[in-house]
Design a protein around this ligand. Structure first.
Ligand SMILES: C[S@@+](CC[C@H](N)C(=O)[O-])C[C@H]1O[C@@H](n2cnc3c(N)ncnc32)[C@H](O)[C@@H]1O
Length: 264
């Protein structure tokens, strides 16, 4: 997709994006007011996680990456430094903190992340809420090992890092879980793969599940996938944050609600 198209999409998003005051749904209003507008909503784990990010941003270790997904718009070489991945290839701090707050707010217990990369976002997920069980799948061996070391170093024991392709790892994992509370799709950003993972996970959702799709404006294919996902009849609320989109399956909405929301 051209830079011009990205700019047009971004301007369109910012023009539509609402704050809590522009939202009529009590469910969404409370969510934004509590998790985004309340700037005092900070957690003690954030300082430690920010410090880990700072370390990764300085780490010159070279990793040999096998990319099993749609690749990166910025990082093209197979040999990548940890600091470059930390800068361009992982969830931004504001969104990792937002996921943390959401998991806390909804008391999510069973969490799957597709795409571990360095493992920092997985640490946010594992440190959130009431000791949830977090599974994170990564296809690149070098990244999986890096993330395992990070996990051991920080003594996080409610996180299971799985070395597999998403297509091989996800079905088994889903069958082991009683339900899926938080599902983050953060890799292999193609139209077909994104819809495939959505359809695999869909039978495991409950009324309180949250599904998150990263990079929904990454390409025309991802834009199309997002449009189809949010239009699914089981989806009652979708929130578009430009860099990612959230869907909810809450009951009691007469009409599905689709909103663009200002970023945290
Ligand atoms: C954007 S990164 C994940 C970032 C991570 N969630 C974070 O915020 O720190 C996407 C990761 O997905 C992995 N990946 C992409 N396609 C995959 C596939 N089909 N199977 C397994 N891993 C895949 C890539 O190797 C890459 O590390």
């Amino acid at each position: 997709m051209s830079k011009r198209q990205h700019l047009i999409d971004y301007l369109h998003y910012t023009w539509q994006a609402k704050t809590a005051h522009g939202v009529h749904s009590p469910f969404v209003y409370k969510l934004i007011e509590t998790l985004i507008d309340d700037k005092d909503c900070k957690f003690s784990a954030f300082d430690e996680l920010t410090a880990i990010r700072q370390q990764l941003l300085k780490d010159k270790t070279l990793l040999e990456i096998t990319d099993l997904g749609a690749g990166s718009l910025v990082l093209k070489s197979a040999q990548r430094r940890v600091k470059d991945i930390a800068k361009h290839g992982i969830t931004r701090q504001n969104f990792s903190e937002f996921y943390f707050k959401l998991i806390n707010y909804f008391n999510c217990q069973h969490i799957i992340e597709l795409g571990t990369s360095l493992g920092l976002n997985a640490l946010y997920l594992a440190k959130a809420g009431n000791k949830p069980t977090v599974y994170s799948i990564e296809g690149s061996e070098a990244l999986h090992h890096f993330a395992k070391n990070l996990q051991t170093q920080h003594k996080v024991n409610n996180l299971q890092l799985i070395h597999a392709t998403f297509d091989n790892g996800l079905p088994n994992l889903l069958n082991q879980l009683p339900q899926l509370d938080f599902f983050l799709v953060d890799g292999n950003h193609t139209y077909e793969a994104t819809l495939r993972y959505f359809e695999m996970a869909l039978p495991h959702q409950t009324e309180n599940s949250i599904f998150v799709f990263d990079d929904i404006y990454w390409s025309e294919g991802m834009k199309k996938a997002w449009q189809e996902i949010k239009a699914h009849p089981q989806v009652s609320v979708s929130l578009n944050f430009y860099y990612c989109g959230f869907i909810f399956f809450k009951k009691g909405f007469k009409e599905p609600l689709h909103l663009s929301i200002k970023q945290p």
